[in-house]
Write a new protein. Sequence first.
Length: 150
Amino acid sequence: MTGLALHDDLRRLLEGHMPFLVSLHEAESLAPLAAAMDRAGEVKGSALVLESEERKSPSVEEAIAMFAEQHHAAARDGEIRASAIFYHGRFDASDMRPARTVDEASCIVALLEHVSRESVTAVIAYHRSGQGRWKYAEPVILPKPAAIFA
């Protein structure tokens, strides 16, 4: 990893969810995901599941906001010690907005926060190889303002 060092709990959330993120990506899914580590160190993931096909899917931005709100409430209540929210974005250090299409996406963005007040963004750039397989770079770790444990 390049950039800042990463707390072990945050590293565990990131590395533990990469295989699932990669499998979804190989199926061309850009769905955002979230994970939280409770006070005992147990990790639970979250994804959006629609109850019916008639219900409109929330936008990626709405899903990220929903995950952040849930994690912030859990942090405020002392239920979690680490938070991760994952989405596909465009690899641009000045703008980490979610990608809207597979063609627009060029990285996985992980918003990582810890009860110790460590708050970082991990950016994992990717590209499709000549054989059609996704290749992922090492994460670049950048500081960000706290939102979950603020």
